[in-house]
Design a protein around this ligand. Structure first.
Ligand SMILES: NC(=O)c1ccc[n+]([C@@H]2O[C@H](COP(=O)([O-])OP(=O)(O)OC[C@H]3O[C@@H](n4cnc5c(N)ncnc54)[C@H](O)[C@@H]3O)[C@@H](O)[C@H]2O)c1
Ligand SMILES: O=C(O)C[C@H](O)C(=O)O
Ligand SMILES: [Mg+2]
Length: 604
């Protein structure tokens, strides 16, 4: 397993100090108001007088120069006032107001926006990411002010190769793409799903230090099957049913060809595609392009790290993972992705595939209950996990979750169903009879209202010694006597930034299972025994840059080991292969962008 080099904190601090002392110049091809209206370059009242002269800004701004620190303070003060002034409003009104104030800054001054985001990631992630981003997507029509990212629609067929050159940035490193067909647990939101790639890429900047001038959120609008949106006159996407079959695939193919023609070294993350296309596109492109599907592969790695943590929390050796009984609720792209990766991990531990043929440790349920070999029209991806009906007395095809939990007495109950409240009081109470001394309950569906249960209900009904994780954040739960039920956030945000960053900095040809496994193992081994004993399976989101550095370096290491690394910039494969693990951590840390005002140099 990857050995965590905590010295990366030092390198991060060093590189930050260094960049703060001598910020490199930034070439800009515009002048005057064009700069003020470009959030990549705009410094608002922060432009020094000499720069105002050089760039034709003199007279276009009030005369006082305000420092970056003062601008930062001013923004945080308005944010705090907004918090104070909205105390009596509903939670969703407050969240949307917070999103708006952050979004306005994003649209105006990206450097300041990303600095406040990085410094306050624990408070701001729930606004720019799950759960508020779900609300934003649902209300996208009303919130829309300025476009962000690119939109390719079914009407653009044949045009994408030229359209891709409309994007103003010469270099793109990270693309997150969705077709809006399964936005969090909220279903088909059509073009309104663009909020998800935007939020994911904000996390790339905040957690992985990807330069925001090199990110591209993409919406592929192939129609929607959401009747409400189809009937809405103000809906901003194509008002037609979703394309299917070859017509659908030809649109995605055309986009991928166009994107890789212009930016052959870009990484593409597929996000929130409905299950059938999530698996099909992954299979179709993963050997040809450097891409991955976050819902299948990122989620699987995070869940595996959580499952291994749950074994450690029981005071058992890791190899006991193969004896854990795991009930997965939700047989979609995320649930099946988790099972596939967990199965691979168990096979590696046993050193043999055969023993696992029966998949005896896994139980899978979908909307029709327990999946067994009697299931009609079973999805091929779910088939390997179908149980023999009646192998446990009374558990036949379609058995209810309650019956499964009562009979199986699982060590882990993991929800990726998108259905809020399916872990109801009875189900949670039944988990008290689990065969584990510390049963794990992972309610991983997003956003908050779609979580399989709340943290408070889990501790109340399943007992105080459970290990709890949710996909969207919940507050820790006071248990009385000063004790606290710890809430983990099991979200793919702990892995996708490091997977993308590691793939980018190694110049990987493709993203292999080995690279994903290295990422998951890195996350799994990140927590100390002391943390784990307290039920803490994942690091605090406040240290997301640190964990992402480690994950990124682990991914580089795996890419080099598998001879997939083609190098990045002036670092060639040979140099990468000569780096020690520590060197790789330093290399990753050094290449992370950090928001500071750079001197702008005008070039025609
Ligand atoms: N925490 C994370 O990092 C993370 C990552 C990916 C997905 N998710 C969440 O997981 C959920 C599912 O995502 P997906 O891509 O797998 O969706 P999906 O649509 O592909 O699959 C959903 C599955 O849930 C099943 N289901 C529906 N109702 C059910 C019920 N009452 N009981 C049991 N199963 C039921 C469906 O039959 C289907 O198999 C979403 O809410 C998503 O936000 C969370
Ligand atoms: O977006 C998230 O918060 C996690 C995940 O990708 C999801 O689809 O729910
Ligand atoms: Mg997702």
């Amino acid at each position: 397993m990857w050995n965590i080099a905590r010295s990366a904190t030092r390198s991060l601090r060093q590189s930050r100090r260094f960049s703060a002392a001598i910020p490199g110049p930034c070439i800009v091809h515009k002048r005057g108001t064009d700069i003020l209206h470009d959030p990549w370059f705009n410094k608002d009242t922060g432009f020094p007088l000499t720069e105002r002269d050089r760039l034709g800004l003199r007279g276009l701004l009030p005369p006082r120069v305000i420092s970056f620190e003062q601008q930062y303070e001013r923004f945080m003060n308005s944010y705090r006032s907004l918090e104070n002034n909205t105390r009596s409003e509903s939670a969703s009104v407050v969240s949307l107001a917070k999103w708006r104030i952050l979004n306005r800054l994003h649209d105006r001054n990206e450097t300041l926006y990303y600095r406040v985001l990085i410094d306050n990631i624990k408070d701001f992630a729930p606004i720019i990411y799950t759960p508020t981003v779900g609300l934003v997507c649902q209300n996208y029509g009303g919130l829309f002010r300025r476009p962000r990212g690119m939109y390719f629609s079914a009407k653009d067929k044949g045009e994408m190769m030229s359209m891709i050159y409309n994007w103003p940035s010469q270099q793109v490193d990270m693309i997150v793409i969705t077709d809006g067909s399964r936005i969090l647990g909220l279903g088909d939101l059509g073009v309104q799903g663009i909020g998800i790639p935007i939020g994911k890429l904000d996390m790339y900047v905040a957690a992985a230090g990807i330069n925001p001038q090199r990110i591209l959120p993409v919406m592929l609008d192939v129609g929607t099957n959401n009747q409400k949106l189809l009937q809405d006159n103000l809906y901003l996407g194509l008002r037609q049913p979703r394309l299917e079959g070859d017509e659908y695939l030809s649109i995605i193919d055309e986009f991928m060809e166009a994107a890789y023609t212009r930016w052959p070294k870009a990484i593409v993350q597929f996000e929130d595609f409905q299950m059938k296309w999530a698996f099909e596109t992954l299979q179709r492109y993963r050997k040809r392009f450097c891409m991955f599907n976050d819902d299948i592969q990122g989620t699987a790695g995070v869940a595996l790290a959580g499952l291994l943590g749950a074994v450690r929390a029981q005071g058992k050796p890791l190899k006991d993972f193969v004896k854990q009984k795991i009930v997965v609720v939700g047989a979609g792209s995320a649930g099946i992705g988790v099972l596939n990766m967990a199965k691979q991990a168990a096979s590696r531990m046993l050193g043999s595939n055969e023993i696992l043929e029966s998949n005896s440790q896994f139980w899978l349920l979908d909307k029709d209950g327990l999946v067994t070999k009697e299931r009609k029209n079973i999805d091929p991806a779910a088939a390997p996990y179908a149980r023999v009906p009646g192998e446990l007395e009374g558990l036949g095809e379609g058995a209810t979750l309650l019956d499964v939990v009562k009979k199986v007495k699982p060590h882990v109950l993991l929800g990726l169903s998108g259905v809020g409240g399916v872990f109801n009081e009875q189900v949670l109470r039944a988990m008290q009879q689990s065969d584990s001394c510390r049963p794990a309950i992972f309610a991983m569906s997003n956003p908050t209202m779609n979580a399989e249960c709340t943290a408070a209900d889990a501790f109340k009904h399943a007992g105080e010694n459970i290990i709890f994780a949710s996909g969207s954040p919940f507050e820790d739960v006071p248990l009385g006597n000063g004790k606290v039920g710890y809430v983990n956030q099991a979200n793919n945000m702990y892995l996708f930034p490091g997977i993308g960053l590691g793939a980018l900095l190694s110049g990987a040809r493709l993203i292999s299972d080995g690279m994903l496994q290295a990422a998951a193992e890195c996350l799994a081994s990140y927590m100390t025994e002391e943390d784990i004993a307290k039920g803490v399976l994942f690091p605090s989101i406040s240290s997301i840059r640190h964990i992402t550095t480690q994950v990124g370096a682990a991914v580089v290491e795996a890419a080099v080991a598998e001879e997939l690394a083609e190098g990045h910039g002036d670092v060639d494969p040979k140099e990468l292969s000569h780096m020690s693990k520590e060197d790789k951590v330093d290399y990753v840390a050094r290449n992370m962008w950090y928001p500071i005002y750079s001197p702008l140099v005008h070039e025609k």
